[in-house]
Design a protein around this ligand. Structure first.
Ligand code: PPS
Length: 287
């Protein structure tokens, strides 16, 4: 199936219509933030699910109740998807935690007035592409009937679902009110998860003892999260996400692009990356 069959266009980018409806997008635009809300913002496949595990554990001081009883999309719902429309978000106790895959300039008006805290997670785009290519193949709601090179072209041109990785990252890096945004890379979390959890706890003004940080980091290791049925998407019906073929928590490593991209694809990727990111001063963990 093609983009015309599976996607809607919203503000110039493709979104899967299974999870984004005119109704959910209107609700999203009218959403009223609170100053103590916490937003996890990511381009897809950058570490959203991982952060949907870490942040509730930090907020609860290490109490695993919510990560053991609520699926990740319920404990930290995506603001823009229609499944979220059924959740009584205004009745949630503070701090409310949300995720979004949307670009900075697509955030609703209330976001810019209230300025809640944002954790922006980034990942090497070659690994994002790799994870995304495999993920597309296991879903029925993303366009996947194309070759790797065709998908790479779309990804690099910003014509994949959720738009351009380059625009997403640059938009969030250029956010005003940077004191409300914490930037963290998937690669930093792989290198030192305890340090990442500590940084997150300081940013959220939720100081934690070293033993709690250690417990949270241990629970959030790939091998342990994979066993958590509230985080490994095993609750999603096979007709939408075919985990008989491949696990959602697939490999959880840095550099898997080396097993997928050809030399010519790497060359193309690098040339476009260098051109698109030439004015960006941020030092990325993968450079
Ligand atoms: S989504 O669909 O946008 O919500 O996907 P997202 O959660 O952002 O990204 C999925 C990738 O993150 C990996 N992942 C982890 N890696 C290491 N440790 C932990 N705990 C972890 N949790 C999720 C997941 O395996 C996907 O990456 P790949 O490369 O496909 O394995």
């Amino acid at each position: 199936m093609t983009e015309a069959d599976l996607y809607i266009q919203y503000k110039g980018i493709y979104l899967p219509s299974l999870v984004h409806t005119a109704y959910s997008l209107k609700q999203y635009e009218e959403f009223i933030f609170r100053p103590d809300d916490i937003i996890i913002a990511t381009y897809p496949k950058s570490g959203t699910t991982w952060m949907q595990e870490i942040v509730p554990l930090v907020v609860s001081g290490g109490d695993p109740e919510s990560v053991e009883s609520l699926p990740n999309w319920d404990r930290v719902p995506w603001l823009e998807i229609h499944q979220t429309s059924d959740l009584a978000l205004s009745k949630r106790p503070p701090p409310r935690m949300f995720a979004t895959h949307f670009h900075h300039n697509m955030m609703p008006p209330s976001f810019f007035e209230v300025k809640p805290k944002v954790i922006y997670v980034m990942r090497n785009p070659k690994d994002v592409f790799t994870s995304s290519f495999h993920f597309n193949g296991m879903t029925t709601f993303l366009v996947n009937e194309m070759s790797q090179s065709e998908y790479l072209k779309k990804f690099l041109e910003g014509k994949a679902a959720y738009g351009s990785w380059f625009d997403h990252v640059k938009g969030w890096l250029n956010a005003e009110d940077k004191e409300n945004v914490m930037y963290i890379a998937y690669e930093e979390m792989i290198t030192d998860l305890k340090d990442s959890v500590s940084r997150i706890s300081r940013f959220l003004e939720k100081p934690l003892d070293a033993d709690i940080v250690e417990k949270i980091a241990d629970r959030c290791l790939f091998k342990n999260m994979k066993q958590n049925n509230m985080s490994n998407y095993s609750a999603v019906p096979e007709e939408f996400m075919g985990q008989a073929k491949l696990d959602f928590l697939r490999k959880g490593i840095v550099g898997d692009w080396k097993n997928l991209l050809t030399d010519a694809e790497v060359e193309l990727f690098d040339a476009i990356y260098q051109n698109k990111m030439k004015d960006v001063k941020y030092e990325f963990a993968w450079d």
